[in-house]
Design a protein around this ligand. Structure first.
Ligand code: HEC
Length: 296
Protein backbone atom coordinates (compact mmCIF):
# COMPACT_ATOMS: atom_id res chain seq x y z
CA UNK A 1 0.00 0.00 0.00
CA UNK A 2 1.44 3.34 -0.95
CA UNK A 3 1.45 6.25 1.44
CA UNK A 4 -0.90 8.23 -0.78
CA UNK A 5 -3.60 5.60 -0.75
CA UNK A 6 -3.07 5.29 3.01
CA UNK A 7 -3.82 9.00 3.29
CA UNK A 8 -7.07 8.61 1.36
CA UNK A 9 -8.21 5.79 3.61
CA UNK A 10 -7.21 7.90 6.60
CA UNK A 11 -9.27 10.84 5.41
CA UNK A 12 -12.24 8.49 5.45
CA UNK A 13 -11.25 7.31 8.90
CA UNK A 14 -11.28 10.75 10.44
CA UNK A 15 -15.05 10.94 10.17
CA UNK A 16 -15.38 7.53 11.79
CA UNK A 17 -12.80 8.17 14.42
CA UNK A 18 -14.97 10.30 16.63
CA UNK A 19 -17.22 7.29 17.06
CA UNK A 20 -14.61 4.68 17.60
CA UNK A 21 -11.06 4.97 18.79
CA UNK A 22 -10.93 1.17 18.85
CA UNK A 23 -11.73 1.05 15.16
CA UNK A 24 -9.03 3.59 14.54
CA UNK A 25 -6.56 1.46 16.47
CA UNK A 26 -7.47 -1.63 14.47
CA UNK A 27 -6.94 0.38 11.32
CA UNK A 28 -3.57 1.54 12.56
CA UNK A 29 -2.56 -1.96 13.57
CA UNK A 30 -3.44 -3.22 10.11
CA UNK A 31 -1.64 -0.53 8.14
CA UNK A 32 1.04 0.73 10.46
CA UNK A 33 -0.13 4.27 9.91
CA UNK A 34 1.16 6.79 12.41
CA UNK A 35 3.77 4.48 13.85
CA UNK A 36 1.27 2.47 15.84
CA UNK A 37 2.85 -0.82 14.97
CA UNK A 38 6.33 0.41 14.25
CA UNK A 39 8.73 -0.84 16.85
CA UNK A 40 11.98 0.80 17.83
CA UNK A 41 13.97 -2.15 16.58
CA UNK A 42 12.23 -2.70 13.27
CA UNK A 43 13.64 -1.28 10.05
CA UNK A 44 11.39 0.81 7.81
CA UNK A 45 9.71 -0.86 4.84
CA UNK A 46 12.40 -1.48 2.24
CA UNK A 47 10.09 -1.51 -0.74
CA UNK A 48 9.35 2.21 -0.81
CA UNK A 49 12.63 3.51 0.62
CA UNK A 50 10.70 6.61 1.57
CA UNK A 51 11.71 6.58 5.22
CA UNK A 52 14.90 6.31 7.20
CA UNK A 53 15.51 5.81 10.93
CA UNK A 54 17.64 8.48 12.54
CA UNK A 55 19.19 7.51 15.87
CA UNK A 56 20.72 9.89 18.37
CA UNK A 57 23.79 9.34 20.43
CA UNK A 58 25.34 11.72 22.95
CA UNK A 59 28.60 11.86 24.84
CA UNK A 60 30.19 14.28 27.27
CA UNK A 61 33.92 14.56 27.81
CA UNK A 62 34.79 13.56 31.37
CA UNK A 63 36.25 17.00 32.08
CA UNK A 64 32.93 18.73 31.46
CA UNK A 65 30.37 18.22 34.28
CA UNK A 66 27.31 18.32 32.03
CA UNK A 67 24.51 15.87 31.51
CA UNK A 68 23.58 15.75 27.84
CA UNK A 69 20.89 13.42 26.49
CA UNK A 70 18.66 13.15 23.44
CA UNK A 71 14.95 13.71 24.17
CA UNK A 72 14.19 10.85 21.79
CA UNK A 73 16.34 7.80 21.10
CA UNK A 74 15.41 7.80 17.43
CA UNK A 75 12.87 9.02 14.91
CA UNK A 76 11.59 7.57 11.66
CA UNK A 77 11.49 10.30 9.05
CA UNK A 78 10.39 10.55 5.46
CA UNK A 79 13.12 11.58 3.09
CA UNK A 80 12.94 15.32 2.59
CA UNK A 81 10.70 15.90 5.62
CA UNK A 82 11.89 18.55 8.02
CA UNK A 83 11.95 17.19 11.55
CA UNK A 84 12.54 18.89 14.88
CA UNK A 85 14.23 16.91 17.64
CA UNK A 86 15.58 17.97 21.01
CA UNK A 87 18.62 17.36 23.10
CA UNK A 88 18.72 18.33 26.74
CA UNK A 89 21.83 19.72 28.36
CA UNK A 90 22.27 20.41 32.04
CA UNK A 91 25.23 21.99 33.76
CA UNK A 92 25.71 19.84 36.87
CA UNK A 93 28.19 22.25 38.43
CA UNK A 94 27.54 25.56 40.18
CA UNK A 95 29.74 27.60 37.87
CA UNK A 96 28.93 28.77 34.34
CA UNK A 97 30.68 26.53 31.83
CA UNK A 98 31.28 26.70 28.10
CA UNK A 99 31.17 23.51 26.07
CA UNK A 100 32.12 22.87 22.48
CA UNK A 101 29.99 20.47 20.45
CA UNK A 102 31.41 18.13 17.85
CA UNK A 103 29.17 15.85 15.84
CA UNK A 104 29.46 13.09 13.35
CA UNK A 105 27.09 11.10 11.19
CA UNK A 106 27.40 7.37 10.60
CA UNK A 107 27.58 5.69 8.20
CA UNK A 108 29.90 8.42 6.97
CA UNK A 109 28.71 8.01 3.37
CA UNK A 110 25.26 9.24 4.48
CA UNK A 111 26.79 12.40 5.96
CA UNK A 112 26.36 14.58 2.86
CA UNK A 113 22.64 13.80 2.79
CA UNK A 114 22.02 14.69 6.41
CA UNK A 115 21.05 18.37 6.29
CA UNK A 116 20.71 20.49 9.40
CA UNK A 117 18.52 23.55 9.06
CA UNK A 118 19.21 24.87 12.52
CA UNK A 119 21.24 23.43 15.36
CA UNK A 120 23.83 24.01 17.99
CA UNK A 121 26.70 22.45 16.12
CA UNK A 122 30.09 24.11 15.65
CA UNK A 123 29.43 26.61 18.41
CA UNK A 124 30.84 27.33 21.79
CA UNK A 125 27.88 26.98 24.13
CA UNK A 126 27.54 28.47 27.57
CA UNK A 127 25.36 27.12 30.40
CA UNK A 128 24.94 28.84 33.78
CA UNK A 129 25.52 26.78 36.93
CA UNK A 130 22.67 24.26 37.29
CA UNK A 131 20.94 25.49 34.12
CA UNK A 132 19.04 23.04 31.89
CA UNK A 133 18.30 23.83 28.26
CA UNK A 134 16.42 21.94 25.55
CA UNK A 135 18.37 22.31 22.34
CA UNK A 136 16.47 21.93 19.08
CA UNK A 137 17.96 20.39 15.99
CA UNK A 138 15.94 20.89 12.84
CA UNK A 139 17.04 18.57 10.07
CA UNK A 140 16.02 16.61 7.02
CA UNK A 141 17.49 13.74 5.06
CA UNK A 142 17.98 14.59 1.40
CA UNK A 143 15.83 12.32 -0.82
CA UNK A 144 18.88 11.76 -3.00
CA UNK A 145 20.03 9.32 -0.32
CA UNK A 146 17.71 6.84 -2.05
CA UNK A 147 18.87 7.54 -5.58
CA UNK A 148 22.61 7.46 -4.89
CA UNK A 149 23.73 3.88 -5.58
CA UNK A 150 26.31 4.05 -2.80
CA UNK A 151 23.78 5.05 -0.12
CA UNK A 152 20.47 3.51 -1.16
CA UNK A 153 21.09 0.61 1.22
CA UNK A 154 21.24 2.96 4.22
CA UNK A 155 18.16 2.71 6.39
CA UNK A 156 19.61 3.79 9.72
CA UNK A 157 21.57 6.99 10.24
CA UNK A 158 23.14 7.80 13.59
CA UNK A 159 23.74 11.40 14.62
CA UNK A 160 26.25 11.55 17.39
CA UNK A 161 27.18 14.59 19.46
CA UNK A 162 30.01 15.01 21.93
CA UNK A 163 30.47 18.01 24.20
CA UNK A 164 34.01 18.99 25.22
CA UNK A 165 35.12 21.75 27.58
CA UNK A 166 35.76 24.81 25.48
CA UNK A 167 39.32 25.82 24.79
CA UNK A 168 38.22 29.45 24.45
CA UNK A 169 35.40 29.96 26.96
CA UNK A 170 35.30 33.73 26.46
CA UNK A 171 33.56 33.19 23.12
CA UNK A 172 30.73 31.12 24.59
CA UNK A 173 27.22 32.12 23.55
CA UNK A 174 24.32 31.78 25.90
CA UNK A 175 22.55 28.55 24.99
CA UNK A 176 19.15 29.99 25.82
CA UNK A 177 19.36 31.95 22.57
CA UNK A 178 18.29 28.71 20.89
CA UNK A 179 14.81 28.99 22.31
CA UNK A 180 14.55 32.40 20.70
CA UNK A 181 15.82 31.17 17.35
CA UNK A 182 13.08 28.55 17.27
CA UNK A 183 10.44 31.12 18.07
CA UNK A 184 11.59 33.56 15.42
CA UNK A 185 9.59 31.99 12.59
CA UNK A 186 6.31 33.65 13.38
CA UNK A 187 3.57 31.18 14.24
CA UNK A 188 0.23 31.63 12.49
CA UNK A 189 -2.79 30.95 14.76
CA UNK A 190 -5.22 31.36 11.85
CA UNK A 191 -3.60 28.51 9.96
CA UNK A 192 -3.47 26.75 13.35
CA UNK A 193 -7.27 26.98 13.60
CA UNK A 194 -7.68 25.47 10.13
CA UNK A 195 -5.22 22.70 10.90
CA UNK A 196 -6.94 22.04 14.21
CA UNK A 197 -10.22 21.64 12.33
CA UNK A 198 -8.68 19.13 9.96
CA UNK A 199 -6.41 17.19 12.26
CA UNK A 200 -7.74 17.42 15.80
CA UNK A 201 -11.45 18.29 15.74
CA UNK A 202 -12.53 14.70 15.10
CA UNK A 203 -11.42 13.95 18.66
CA UNK A 204 -11.13 17.32 20.39
CA UNK A 205 -13.04 20.52 20.82
CA UNK A 206 -11.96 23.58 22.72
CA UNK A 207 -14.86 23.60 25.13
CA UNK A 208 -16.07 20.01 25.45
CA UNK A 209 -14.66 16.57 26.06
CA UNK A 210 -15.04 14.26 23.07
CA UNK A 211 -12.84 11.25 22.29
CA UNK A 212 -10.07 13.41 23.72
CA UNK A 213 -10.23 16.03 26.48
CA UNK A 214 -11.21 19.65 25.79
CA UNK A 215 -8.26 21.80 24.88
CA UNK A 216 -9.02 25.45 25.68
CA UNK A 217 -6.46 26.66 28.19
CA UNK A 218 -4.22 23.64 27.65
CA UNK A 219 -1.03 25.73 27.63
CA UNK A 220 -0.06 26.07 31.29
CA UNK A 221 -2.44 23.33 32.44
CA UNK A 222 -1.40 20.10 34.14
CA UNK A 223 -1.52 17.09 31.82
CA UNK A 224 -4.40 14.77 32.53
CA UNK A 225 -6.25 17.31 34.66
CA UNK A 226 -9.68 17.80 33.06
CA UNK A 227 -12.35 16.63 35.50
CA UNK A 228 -14.78 14.08 34.12
CA UNK A 229 -12.45 12.93 31.34
CA UNK A 230 -11.08 9.45 31.76
CA UNK A 231 -7.39 9.57 30.89
CA UNK A 232 -5.01 6.70 30.33
CA UNK A 233 -2.90 5.92 33.37
CA UNK A 234 0.16 6.91 31.39
CA UNK A 235 -1.02 10.49 30.83
CA UNK A 236 -2.64 10.73 34.24
CA UNK A 237 0.64 9.83 35.89
CA UNK A 238 2.90 11.87 33.60
CA UNK A 239 3.23 14.64 36.21
CA UNK A 240 3.79 17.24 33.52
CA UNK A 241 2.51 20.73 32.85
CA UNK A 242 1.82 21.57 29.21
CA UNK A 243 4.14 24.20 27.78
CA UNK A 244 4.62 25.15 24.14
CA UNK A 245 7.84 23.12 24.13
CA UNK A 246 6.46 19.86 25.47
CA UNK A 247 3.24 20.26 23.44
CA UNK A 248 5.46 20.32 20.37
CA UNK A 249 7.06 17.06 21.42
CA UNK A 250 3.64 15.59 22.26
CA UNK A 251 2.22 16.52 18.89
CA UNK A 252 5.28 15.23 17.06
CA UNK A 253 4.55 11.76 18.45
CA UNK A 254 2.35 11.35 21.53
CA UNK A 255 3.34 7.73 22.11
CA UNK A 256 7.01 8.34 21.54
CA UNK A 257 6.87 11.18 24.06
CA UNK A 258 4.77 9.34 26.68
CA UNK A 259 4.51 5.59 26.04
CA UNK A 260 1.11 4.11 26.80
CA UNK A 261 -1.08 7.15 26.03
CA UNK A 262 -4.20 6.78 23.95
CA UNK A 263 -3.81 9.57 21.41
CA UNK A 264 -2.97 7.61 18.26
CA UNK A 265 -1.56 10.17 15.82
CA UNK A 266 0.94 12.95 15.63
CA UNK A 267 1.77 15.81 13.28
CA UNK A 268 5.06 15.44 11.42
CA UNK A 269 5.29 18.95 10.04
CA UNK A 270 7.15 21.32 12.38
CA UNK A 271 5.42 24.46 11.12
CA UNK A 272 1.94 22.95 11.36
CA UNK A 273 2.64 21.93 14.97
CA UNK A 274 3.82 25.42 15.80
CA UNK A 275 0.70 26.96 14.25
CA UNK A 276 -1.67 24.60 16.08
CA UNK A 277 0.08 25.35 19.37
CA UNK A 278 -0.20 29.10 18.78
CA UNK A 279 -3.91 28.61 18.07
CA UNK A 280 -4.33 26.70 21.35
CA UNK A 281 -2.28 29.31 23.23
CA UNK A 282 -4.63 32.01 21.93
CA UNK A 283 -7.58 30.24 23.60
CA UNK A 284 -6.72 30.46 27.28
CA UNK A 285 -10.27 29.94 28.54
CA UNK A 286 -12.85 27.38 27.65
CA UNK A 287 -15.91 29.63 27.52
CA UNK A 288 -19.40 28.95 28.92
CA UNK A 289 -19.76 25.40 27.54
CA UNK A 290 -16.85 24.19 29.64
CA UNK A 291 -18.28 25.62 32.84
CA UNK A 292 -21.35 23.45 32.44
CA UNK A 293 -19.05 20.54 31.52
CA UNK A 294 -17.12 20.84 34.71
CA UNK A 295 -20.22 21.05 36.86
CA UNK A 296 -21.00 17.36 36.65
C1 HEC B 1 -8.03 9.96 17.03
C2 HEC B 1 -8.35 10.85 18.12
C3 HEC B 1 -7.41 12.03 18.40
C4 HEC B 1 -6.94 12.95 17.52
C5 HEC B 1 -7.14 13.02 16.01
C6 HEC B 1 -6.18 13.89 18.32
N1 HEC B 1 -6.20 13.53 19.63
FE1 HEC B 1 -5.37 14.56 21.19
N2 HEC B 1 -5.99 13.12 22.47
C7 HEC B 1 -6.74 12.02 22.14
C8 HEC B 1 -6.94 11.19 23.30
C9 HEC B 1 -7.71 9.87 23.35
C10 HEC B 1 -6.28 11.84 24.38
C11 HEC B 1 -6.15 11.36 25.82
C12 HEC B 1 -4.88 10.52 25.87
C13 HEC B 1 -4.71 9.69 27.12
O1 HEC B 1 -5.49 9.83 28.07
O2 HEC B 1 -3.76 8.92 27.10
C14 HEC B 1 -5.70 13.06 23.81
C15 HEC B 1 -4.98 13.98 24.54
C16 HEC B 1 -4.49 15.18 24.05
C17 HEC B 1 -3.80 16.18 24.84
C18 HEC B 1 -3.53 16.14 26.33
C19 HEC B 1 -4.61 16.95 27.03
C20 HEC B 1 -4.62 16.90 28.54
O3 HEC B 1 -5.64 17.28 29.11
O4 HEC B 1 -3.60 16.51 29.15
C21 HEC B 1 -3.49 17.20 23.98
C22 HEC B 1 -2.76 18.47 24.32
C23 HEC B 1 -3.97 16.83 22.67
N3 HEC B 1 -4.57 15.59 22.76
C24 HEC B 1 -3.84 17.61 21.55
C25 HEC B 1 -4.24 17.22 20.27
C26 HEC B 1 -4.09 18.03 19.09
C27 HEC B 1 -3.54 19.45 19.07
C28 HEC B 1 -4.53 17.29 18.04
C29 HEC B 1 -4.51 17.65 16.57
C30 HEC B 1 -3.20 17.80 15.99
C31 HEC B 1 -5.00 16.01 18.56
N4 HEC B 1 -4.81 16.02 19.91
C32 HEC B 1 -5.53 15.00 17.79
C33 HEC B 1 -7.23 11.71 20.89
C34 HEC B 1 -6.93 12.40 19.72
Amino acid sequence: MTLASCGVVLAGMVTLVSYSVTLYRLFCAATGYGGTTRRADSAPAKMTRSTVVVRFDTNVDKHLPWRFVPAQAQVTVHLGESTLVYFRAQNLSKAPLVGHAAFNVTPAKAGPYFVKIQCFCFDEERLEGGQTVDMPVDFYVDPQLASDASTNDVDIITLSYTFFPSASPAEGKDLSRLAQTTARTKPDPVNGATQFGQRCAACHSLSQNKVGPRLAGVVGRKAGSIPGYSYSRALDGAGLTWTETNLDRWLAGPRQFIPGVRMPIGVTDTVVRRDIISFLASHPTAGPAATSDASH
